[in-house]
Design a protein around this ligand. Structure first.
Ligand code: FAD
Length: 160
């Protein structure tokens, strides 16, 4: 099996799109687009994210021991592109705060976390986050499937 086949197969799992953000004192906020996000436990409330070994955000989360997960809204595709390094020009992004951690205003859900444990697996690090606060907004989510951004509104209504 080659890398392309693996990537193509994993891309067939339709997901939302998040921006993971963290803040190291004196260095400002750093964000990164990610769709490797999952809820882990209800009691205690835990989530997991998976960060590639070359991502600049990796040493920052290791240092700050905190991160937020911001589930992007359908109208926030540009933010996904900014934080995936897909835009040539630098764009200023204004962050809000939740439980003292940087979050993206207008995102569908903002989840503030403290790092509970981490596991290095292959070329990624899995961070288990203990959820310290959540904010939910009324918006449609951005969807990512097979390497393309989508919106739930495009889809044909499902008949049950
Ligand atoms: P950089 O490459 O430095 O940052 C990315 C971009 O964010 C840069 O352009 C930077 O200017 C901008 N940026 C950072 N902070 C700010 C700020 N405060 N204000 C304005 N701009 C800022 N990778 C993973 O490891 N795990 C995943 O789950 C994952 N899922 C992805 C899902 C999708 C849909 C996409 C498109 C990409 C995904 N990636 C994932 C890849 C990842 O987003 C890119 O590799 C990213 O460029 C790596 O970011 P970095 O931390 O190395 O930082």
């Amino acid at each position: 099996m080659d890398d392309r086949q693996f990537r193509n197969a994993m891309g067939k799992f339709a997901t939302g799109v998040t921006v993971i953000a963290t803040e190291v004192e004196g260095e400002g906020v750093h964000g990164m687009t990610a769709n490797a996000f999952m809820s882990v436990s209800l009691d205690p409330k835990l989530v997991v994210i998976s960060i590639g070994e070359n991502a600049k955000i990796l040493p920052k989360i290791n240092q700050s021991n905190l991160f937020t997960v911001n589930i992007l809204a359908a109208n926030q595709q540009e933010l996904s592109m900014i934080f995936a390094g897909q835009l040539k020009e630098h764009k200023e992004v204004v962050f809000d705060q939740l439980d003292g951690k940087p979050v993206i205003p207008g995102s569908v859900v903002q989840i503030a976390c403290e790092v509970s444990t981490k596991h290095v697996e292959g070329d990624h690090t899995l961070f288990i986050g203990k959820v310290t606060d959540i904010r939910i907004e009324d918006a449609e989510p951005l969807v990512f499937y097979s390497g393309r951004y989508r919106s739930l509104k495009e889809d044909t209504p499902v008949t049950v």
